[in-house]
Ligand binder design. Structure first.
Ligand SMILES: Cc1cc2nc3c(=O)[nH]c(=O)nc-3n(C[C@H](O)[C@H](O)[C@H](O)COP(=O)(O)OP(=O)(O)OC[C@H]3O[C@@H](n4cnc5c(N)ncnc54)[C@H](O)[C@@H]3O)c2cc1C
Length: 122
């Protein structure tokens, strides 16, 4: 979303393709984000809502699709983005697929993920 904000402000037609309808990625699973300058003490959901609001205000378009492949079109300087729903074509592509954590497969993992706060006492 950060890259999309830069691109749209540079007057480029900008689309974010995300397989999740909820914008935010990993930060959505975070109970509290307290290291974001100027925005202390927000939950991951609140912070990602702010990111999304900002991008929406500037006119970034969001489309929910699962990207399966990015193909370089040899005869042009463009890319074909294959998704589970349709094919997009673009002059530039920024890949920001992030990461997802491995699961431990232990009891309570599903219910407790994203619920904890850890403090380091000295
Ligand atoms: C539990 C936890 C706590 C954290 N706490 C903090 C914190 O307090 N402060 C902090 O600064 N950072 C924190 N982080 C790290 C922070 O969340 C990540 O650094 C950040 O989310 C990375 O952003 P990203 O956009 O690179 O990737 P991600 O957030 O992983 O986003 C990737 C996006 O790509 C989409 N995507 C992936 N593959 C496809 C595909 N094939 N097609 C379409 N869409 C796709 C996903 O749906 C997702 O929306 C935490 C992370 C976790 C897991």
């Amino acid at each position: 979303m950060g890259a999309a904000v830069y691109a749209v402000r540079a007057v480029l037609k900008t689309v974010v393709l995300d397989r999740s309808p909820l914008s935010g990625g990993q930060i959505l699973t975070t109970y509290e984000v307290d290291n974001y300058l100027g925005l202390p003490g927000l939950s991951g959901g609140e912070l990602s809502d702010k990111f999304r609001e900002h991008a929406d205000q500037l006119g970034v378009k969001f489309i929910t699709v699962n990207v399966q492949a990015v193909e370089e079109i040899a005869e042009t300087v463009e890319y074909r983005i294959h998704t589970d729903k349709t094919i997009f074509q673009s002059k530039a592509v920024i890949l920001a697929t992030g990461a997802s954590h491995s699961l431990l497969d232990v009891p309570g993992e599903k219910e407790l993920t994203g619920m904890g706060v850890s403090y380091c006492a000295t």
